[in-house]
Design a protein around this ligand. Structure first.
Ligand code: GLC
Length: 491
C-alpha cells in the first residue's frame, strides 16, 4: 500500500526523483584543500552543475589543514569502520553546506592529519581507505546518487571496487560510475604485492588493475567505469596515441567508446579583474586604466625597470609543462630576453626551481617566486602582458583562461585544452592569443618574438579586449556534463 504523504512532501519527492544526483569524489577541492587544477575544478564545477538543476554533492577527505572556520560549521552525521585490506579503521563522516554545495568529509586523522595531500609514504593505503569509505558510507548518507563521479588517481579505485563488490549489493542499485582523468601522468601505481594486503582486491580480480607487473589504479578505473571523461576534447583524442598516454593508450583505445572530452571552465567570480580584492586596481574591458596600475605594482614587486612587456609563467614547475623549453631558451641566451621581463611563479621539480632561482639572481629581468600563492598569482595575471604555457601536454589548463580574463595574452603550445581554448590571432580574426606547434626552443622563441612585435600596437589592444571577452565560465561545460550524466542514467 502506498504511504500517505502530504501534498507538500509529495511535490518535494517528485522533484528530487527527477534530479540528476551525483556524488563527486575528489582528493581536493577549494576552498577547503587543494594543490592545483583538480582542486579548482572540484571547487567550482559542482556549484555550476547545481545551478543548472542537478544535485551534486562532493565527498573528500577531512584533512588536518582544513581551516577552523569551516570545521566549526560541519556536523558529524555518521561513524563507522572501514576495511583496508586486513585493517579495520575508524571512519567519521562530516557534512557542510558552503556556497551552494553540500560536501561530505571523510574523517580519519591517522590518514589525513598529514602535512601533504599527496606524496606521503603510504598514499596507496590512504586513498584505498578513502575510496573504500566513499562506497561504505554511501547507503547511510542522506543522499542516494545516480552517479558516483570520481577524479584522478586518488579516487581511481572506486570504480574497480564498485564493479567488483558493490554493484549488485543492496543499497547501490542502479548507480553508475564516471571517472575523470585530469592528468594521465599520475596513475596511482603501486607494487603488486599490496593488491590484497592494502587494497583488499581479490586475487581473481588482479587483471583489472594489473599493468606491467604493477597495480595501476587508473587502469582499473578505465576498465571498470561506465564513462571515462577527460578535461578537453583534444586531450581525449591525444591520449589514444602512445606518446601522450604515459603507457595507457592501448587500454584507452580498447575503451574508446566510453571516452568523452569536456573542456573545463573557470570560476569567473573569483577570477574577475573588475572585482578582485587581490590586485592593485580593478579594471574591465571598458576601463583598462587599472591594468596599467597593476603592471606598475607588479614591476616594483619583481624589481623590473623600464617598460618592456612582462611575460608570466604560473605553473607547476615540471618539464612536461614546457619549462624545459623555457630553460633551453634562457640557457642559449636567446635575444627575445633582451626585449621582455619574465616572472615565474610555482613550485615543482628541484632542478627547475634551482634553475629559475638562479636566473632571477643574475638577470635583472627575471623574477622567480617559488611558492603557490593565489593572491600573488592574481597580481601576476593582472600585471603581466603575456602568459606563457608552452606545455608538452596539457589536459586542459586553466591558467590560459584566467589570463584571458585579466587581459594577459596567452602564448601557448597547441596541445590538449590549450588547443581547444586559444586561437592564434594570425590564423583567425577572432584569435585570442598566440599558438605554436613544435615542441622546440625555436618555436617557443619565435612565437614570443611574434607577440612582442605586436605589443603596444592598436592591434594588440584589440587582441587584449577579445581575450577578455572570451566566455570561459562553467555554464557551457556544465550543460555538457549534465547531458553526459542524463544519457548515462537513461542507459
Ligand atoms: C590538471 C591538468 C590541467 C587541468 C586540471 C583540471 O591539473 O594538468 O591541465 O586543467 O587538472 O582539470
Amino acid at each position: 500500500m502506498p504511504k500517505t504523504t502530504t501534498k507538500k512532501s509529495k511535490a518535494t519527492n517528485v522533484k528530487s526523483v527527477d534530479k540528476t544526483k551525483v556524488l563527486f569524489a575528489t582528493a581536493e577541492a577549494f576552498p577547503f584543500a587543494g594543490t592545483g587544477g583538480l582542486g579548482e575544478v572540484a571547487g567550482s564545477l559542482p556549484k555550476a552543475l547545481n545551478k543548472s538543476g542537478a544535485d551534486v554533492r562532493v565527498i573528500m577527505p577531512l584533512y588536518g589543514a582544513i581551516a577552523e572556520k569551516y570545521r566549526q560549521k560541519m556536523t558529524q552525521i555518521f561513524v563507522t569502520r572501514v576495511n583496508v585490506g586486513w585493517r579495520n579503521q575508524y571512519c567519521g563522516v562530516f557534512k557542510l553546506e558552503n556556497d551552494g554545495v553540500i560536501t561530505y568529509f571523510v574523517d580519519n586523522e591517522y590518514y589525513f592529519k598529514r602535512d601533504k595531500i599527496y606524496g606521503e609514504f603510504d598514499d596507496g593505503e590512504r586513498f584505498a581507505f578513502f575510496s573504500r569509505s566513499v562506497l561504505e558510507v554511501l547507503p547511510a548518507l542522506d543522499f542516494k546518487p545516480n552517479i558516483i563521479h570520481c577524479n584522478d588517481h586518488a579516487t581511481a579505485l572506486i570504480p574497480t571496487y564498485f564493479a567488483t563488490e558493490y554493484k549488485h549489493a543492496f543499497g547501490y542499485e542502479g548507480i553508475k560510475t564516471v571517472f575523470t582523468v585530469h592528468n594521465l601522468e599520475y596513475q596511482g601505481c603501486y607494487p603488486s604485492f599490496i593488491l590484497g594486503d592494502v587494497f583488499g582486491i581479490a586475487e581473481h580480480n588482479r587483471g583489472i588493475v594489473d599493468f606491467n607487473g604493477e597495480i595501476n589504479s587508473i587502469k582499473g578505473a578505465i576498465e571498470t567505469a561506465d564513462i571515462v571523461s577527460t578535461v578537453s576534447p583534444t586531450y581525449a583524442r591525444e591520449i589514444l596515441v602512445p606518446d601522450r598516454s604515459f603507457g595507457l593508450s592501448g587500454i584507452l583505445y580498447r575503451n574508446k567508446d566510453k571516452l568523452v572530452g569536456i573542456l573545463n571552465g573557470i570560476n569567473t567570480e573569483e577570477y574577475d579583474p573588475a572585482r578582485s580584492k587581490a590586485i592593485a586596481e580593478n579594471y574591465s574591458v571598458s576601463d583598462m586604466g587599472g591594468k596599467r596600475a597593476c603592471k606598475t605594482a607588479l614591476k616594483s614587486e619583481c624589481g623590473f625597470v623600464g617598460d618592456k612587456p612582462i611575460v608570466a609563467v604560473i605553473s607547476r614547475l615540471a618539464g612536461h609543462k614546457g619549462l624545459d623549453l623555457l630553460k633551453g631558451a634562457l640557457e642559449r641566451n636567446d635575444c627575445i630576453f633582451d626585449g621582455i621581463d619574465l616572472v615565474v611563479l610555482g613550485t615543482g621539480e628541484h632542478y627547475l626551481e634551482n634553475f629559475f632561482k638562479g636566473q632571477a639572481a643574475w638577470r635583472g629581468n627575471v623574477a622567480t617566486f617559488l611558492t603557490y600563492n593565489k593572491d600573488l598569482a592574481q597580481r601576476i595575471y593582472a600585471g603581466a602582458d603575456m602568459f606563457l604555457m608552452p606545455s608538452g601536454s596539457e589536459p586542459c589548463g586553466l591558467s590560459q583562461m584566467i589570463a584571458c580574463r585579466y587581459g594577459t595574452v596567452p602564448v601557448v603550445r597547441r596541445t590538449g585544452g590549450l588547443a581547444d581554448s586559444i586561437r592564434d590571432c594570425d590564423e583567425s580574426e577572432t584569435g585570442n592569443g598566440f599558438v605554436f606547434d613544435g615542441y622546440d626552443v625555436d618555436s617557443l622563441c619565435g612565437t614570443i618574438a611574434r607577440a612582442t612585435k605586436l605589443y603596444g600596437t592598436p592591434e594588440w589592444n584589440a587582441l587584449v579586449k577579445r581575450a577578455m571577452l572570451c566566455d570561459f565560465g562553467w555554464e557551457a561545460s556544465a550543460r555538457e556534463y549534465i547531458k553526459m550524466y542524463e544519457k548515462l542514467i537513461g542507459d
